[in-house]
Design a protein around this ligand. Structure first.
Ligand code: ASP
Length: 343
């Protein structure tokens, strides 16, 4: 089987090269509802085998497996999908490999401005933050907005004041710096100088690296969370789809939970995350059909690059993407997969 795809069947017994790889979407429909299910992504985009060293590949696969371990432990112990999603995303935010928290991409003015959201499928409660610069783990702040404020979305300095009032960890902006992302900004600016007439010069050519997690717990509660630094070279306080409920993130116990990654403007305009749920609710599509239709038809036809992870109320998982690759994985009792590339 192809490098970079690892199936772990039965507990954590690692086996490379066992069964058939999943369809592009990684979708599996099943009738027996599992005790829990968890699906994650670490961003979609131009992620190609030829651009990856074996060391980098191992680092990504290890981080994805660790994230699944963290979430699975909480769900196995009877914890909530809310706690599992928060803990998984905090880990991914703290891991500089991903474009969220530490390791976030830089804006045109050399800052890191972070977006995140979380949604509870039981009651459609949601919390989101946009453009925060000193909050160590924006997903924690998104949860606090949901649980401790009367609002759904806070942005910029106001969101940071709320974080401080709530005792959420803050850091100096330099905490988010990584050399790799800094160099990406310099390359993006060089390309921008060479091109003419670009209205939106944010860098869509690189791998993206946003993180997301959707979990189903033993009570049937679905929670979806997403966190990002946005797009390299973004300007003017741009906020992407990640904190837009229904755009880059959505959860509804009656249908599914969704976390998106890719060119955010398309995810907002096509209300991607809610569209998957709506196709299930109003048209009776399966999770696989709905997720594939949105990513491989609606988004793709519009020129929107990216992918999503989704989980339905029966524990079915979908991970479709129309880009070269997407860091992704899922875990259910006795099943696990982590993967990077299309094949
Ligand atoms: N969707 C994110 C944004 O547009 C970027 C990404 O997924 O990497 O802000």
């Amino acid at each position: 089987m192809k490098t970079g795809i690892i199936f772990i069947m039965a507990a954590l017994a690692l086996s490379v090269g066992c069964s058939q790889p999943p369809k592009t979407s990684g979708t599996m429909e099943q009738s027996d509802k599992p005790a829990y299910a968890l699906v994650i992504h670490g961003g979609a985009g131009t992620i190609r085998r030829e651009n990856m060293t074996p060391e980098m590949e191992t680092a990504y696969l290890t981080a994805l497996n660790t994230a699944l371990d963290i979430g699975e432990k909480i769900l196995q112990d009877g914890g909530s999908s809310m706690d599992a999603v928060e803990a998984v995303i905090v880990f991914l935010e703290d891991t500089p490999l991903f474009n969220a928290g530490r390791g976030a991409v830089f804006t045109n003015t050399g800052k890191n401005e972070l977006d995140a959201s979380i949604m509870h499928g039981a009651d459609l409660d949601a919390g989101a933050v946009g453009g925060v610069t000193i909050v160590k783990n924006p997903i924690r702040l998104a949860r606090a907005v949901m649980e401790k404020s009367p609002h759904v979305m806070l942005s910029g300095p106001g969101a940071e004041t709320f974080a401080i009032e709530q005792g959420i960890d803050t850091v100096s902006p330099e905490y988010f710096f990584t050399q790799d992302r800094w160099e990406s900004l310099q390359r993006a600016k060089e390309r921008e100088n060479q091109s003419t007439g670009s209205l939106f010069p944010a860098d869509y050519t690189n791998k993206f690296g946003t993180v997301g997690c959707v979990a189903l717990d033993k009570n049937g509660d679905i929670v979806a969370g997403t966190s990002t630094g946005g797009m390299t070279n973004k300007r003017y306080g741009r906020i992407g789809d990640t904190p837009i409920i229904g755009g880059g993130n959505y959860a509804n116990n009656a249908t599914c939970g969704v976390s998106g990654t890719g060119h955010g403007e398309f995810f907002i305009r096509y209300t991607v995350a809610h569209d998957v749920s709506a196709l299930m609710e109003y048209k009776g599509l399966s999770l696989a059909e709905a997720a594939d239709l949105v990513v491989h038809k609606k988004l793709k036809d519009a020129g929107g690059e990216g992918g999503l992870i989704a989980l339905d109320k029966n524990g079915n998982v979908a991970m479709p993407f129309n880009s070269d690759g997407m860091y992704r994985g899922y875990a259910k009792p006795g099943q696990r997969e982590v993967a990077i590339y299309k094949d």
